[in-house]
Design a protein around this ligand. Structure first.
Ligand code: TTP
Ligand code: MG
Length: 355
């Protein structure tokens, strides 16, 4: 199964702020050079209808939005990561193995859980969609197939809030009419070369003599392309280890009072310590995450000797907070976070599955 959240950052903002619900929303990465320099990170589906899309310059998006009620917001990546972590955990609970591939997408293997039964797989997909909706207020699109490549294309097929099952005998007709650029893993450049020799669709690609492809792309890539056109993919769903553990929370009120902020750090550290013990990890890097009232995120880190209890990190958090406040005395903080990284897992049996 491939699961991908719908207009992820924009939908999260919609959930957290009721007053913008239903409006076109554009999430921006401001470069800071001029007021509107930077690019659109993502937009919700109602902004997409206006033509505002990922990667577009903010200036252009604002021009399109002129005289319309469009909401522009800066990215708040730490918050999106928190939501992502919770979602990945709940998906993992419903699967044999989870492989997270980005902040909002994952492959899961449900072969054992469903006993290879398609109807059961649909039930699992619906359970996951339902849980994400009831716990986070978000919709996801799911693709189900017997391999990752086809599942990935299937999840994109009926976005948003889609569920697409492609049984083995349906793979060829499902892929047949897709443009080669829609086949996951075929980039713009390769698609252009294929177009130049008259290959537009997956069907064209499957009919092309492999020798012709080998001449242009070499043996390995030719085989890969040919496999894709037929929906063949033998890669497995592989769980990956977490790179970091963190806890972030909102301060009771915006403040620059060191004592109040440090109390919150202690509270978050205690929660983080539970994760450290649960995952049985040690860490070598300690970071303090500060998010100010303008939602600007700063992350400062220190490397220490290997430790497996948060008590070792607390004085470092204190020092990092002091440094931050010294340099940024004028700005109040809204949120604060603690993180440990450079992890080493000790119980190898658990680490294979633990995320
Ligand atoms: P996507 O899953 O590609 O996009 P999306 O979730 O916003 O929309 P869709 O419904 O089509 O899945 O990416 C996930 C998040 O990654 C997205 O919400 C914002 C971020 N992102 C960028 O910052 N820049 C980009 O160019 C893209 C494509 C995504
Ligand atoms: Mg998405």
């Amino acid at each position: 199964m491939h699961i991908d959240l719908d207009s992820f950052y924009a939908s999260i903002e919609e959930v957290r702020n009721n007053s913008i619900k239903g409006k076109p929303i554009v999430i921006c990465v401001y470069s800071g050079r001029t007021q509107n320099s930077g690019a659109v990170s993502t937009s919700n589906y109602s902004a997409r209808k206006l033509g505002i899309k990922s990667g577009m310059p903010i200036v252009l998006a604002k021009r399109i939005a002129m005289n319309k009620e469009v909401v522009f917001l800066p990215v708040d990546i730490e918050y999106y990561r928190e939501v992502s972590d919770r979602i990945m955990n709940l998906i993992e609970e419903e699967s044999d193995t989870l492989e997270q591939v980005s902040i909002d997408e994952a492959y899961i293997d449900v072969t054992e859980k469903t006993n290879s039964n398609w109807n059961k797989a649909i039930q699992v997909a619906n359970t996951i969609k339902q849980k994400i909706l009831s716990q986070e207020g978000l919709t996801a699109s799911v693709g189900i197939a017997s391999n990752k490549f086809v599942a990935k294309i299937a999840s994109d097929f009926q976005k948003p809030n889609g569920l697409t099952l492609v049984k083995n005998e349906e793979i060829i007709p499902f892929l047949e009419n897709l443009k080669v650029s829609k086949l996951h893993g075929i980039g713009e450049k390769t698609a252009r070369v294929l177009n130049e020799i008259g290959i537009e669709t997956s069907k064209d690609l499957s009919k092309c003599d492999i020798k012709v492809l080998e001449e242009i792309f070499g043996k390995n890539k030719a085989k890969l392309l040919h496999d894709k056109s037929l929906g063949i993919d033998n890669s497995i769903v592989e769980s990956k280890k977490k790179k970091q553990l963190s806890k972030i929370g909102t301060l009771k009120e915006d403040t620059k009072d060191k004592k109040v902020i440090f109390e919150k750090i202690i509270e978050l550290s205690n929660e983080l310590n539970q994760k450290i013990k649960r995952d049985n990890v040690s860490f070598r890097t300690v970071s303090l995450i500060t998010i100010d009232i303008e939602l600007k995120t700063h992350i400062k880190s220190e490397t220490i000797s290997q430790a497996n209890d948060i008590q070792r990190a607390v004085p470092v958090f204190k020092q990092l907070l002091n440094n931050y406040i010294e340099k940024n005395s004028e700005k109040k903080l809204r949120r604060i976070g603690v993180r440990v990284s450079n992890l080493e897992f000790f119980n190898s049996q658990r680490t294979l599955d633990e995320f």
